[in-house]
Design a protein around this ligand. Structure first.
Ligand code: AMP
Length: 281
């Protein structure tokens, strides 16, 4: 496994693989890797000959009061995990390598899909994501790229961006990896104590409860959202949003919609956790 910090070296290295006819798979991450990230690497290996993993804590996707400075940076541990998993190249650039004209940026903005859910609570977040992912796509020029369904809205936005900007890249969505208690794995779980992690699985339980209610015939989705919020509040979470949405365009679901996604964002203390669950009716 090779670690590369500069775009120029990365390009040269990848070109040698392309010349050999290798298919390039790409997994973008912000590091502090866990089993969720490693599942993306496994998936990438099934679809490509060479797997490139980027580790870059992207400043443009953090709001002014968010955790960019304190975001866990664990490069050596990440490197060991990726070596074990059989990744081929780690691309770990500095901020100045990715954004040479910082803070003046050309930005990529996807219309509409980023306006609601997390986009409404984190203004500018998805523009930061699409800006960095499009830059990384141009640096790596992969044949396929793998993203987690854990970030359901992000995956939808990246699919739209890839199509709208004619990137010739297959976007692959990988299932959510959870702890034994159901809590979706996340780098931000590292901010939680052991007891808090146990308690945080209530978000997953709430999603499962909502799914059950819909399967039992509940079709008043706005009332269901309110009831789920109330349950979260009673358990000392501060819900940011609880939404029943359509999988295809992420608009709020109405009775008659068939492919649904249940989306929750909730604070536990200062830590903002997100999770989701899909269902077909
Ligand atoms: P991050 O490092 O948090 O930016 O995440 C990098 C990639 O890993 C994104 O595509 C995430 O959706 C994905 N990811 C994060 N957590 C999980 C998880 N628990 N299961 C599956 N994929 C995940």
């Amino acid at each position: 496994m090779i670690v590369v910090n500069s775009v120029q070296t990365l390009r040269r290295l990848i070109q040698t693989h392309r010349d050999m006819g290798h298919r390039i798979g790409f997994v973008p991450t912000m590091g502090n890797l866990h089993a969720g990230h490693l599942s993306l690497v496994k998936t990438a290996k099934q679809h490509a000959d060479i797997v490139v993993v980027s580790i870059f804590v992207n400043p443009t996707q953090f709001g002014p009061n968010e955790d960019f400075d304190s975001y866990p940076r664990t490069f050596e541990q990440d490197q060991a995990l990726l070596e074990q998993e059989g990744a081929d190249i780690i691309f770990a650039p500095e901020v100045a390598e990715v954004y040479p004209n910082w803070p003046n940026l050309t930005r990529v903005q996807v219309a509409e899909l980023g306006n609601n859910h997390c986009g409404a609570s984190r203004p500018g977040h998805f523009d930061g994501v699409t800006t960095v992912v499009s830059k990384l796509f141009n640096m790596v020029r992969p044949d396929c790229a793998v993203f987690g369904q854990k970030d359901f809205q992000q995956l939808a936005i990246i699919r739209r961006m890839t199509s709208d900007l004619n990137f010739d890249i297959d976007i692959i969505g990988a299932p959510i990896v959870r702890e034994a208690n159901g809590l979706a794995m996340s780098s931000r779980n590292g901010y939680l104590s052991t007891e808090q992690k146990e308690h945080a699985s209530f978000i997953y339980q709430t999603l499962s409860w909502m799914k059950q209610q819909i399967e039992n015939g509940e079709r008043d989705y706005r009332a269901l959202e309110q009831a789920a919020k109330q349950r979260l509040t009673e358990q000392n979470f501060k819900p940011d949003y609880v939404h029943v949405a359509r999988q295809d365009n992420l608009e709020m679901a109405q009775d008659g919609d068939q492919q649904l996604v249940l989306l929750i964002a909730a604070f536990m203390g200062k830590v903002r956790l997100i999770d989701n669950m899909t269902l077909e009716i």
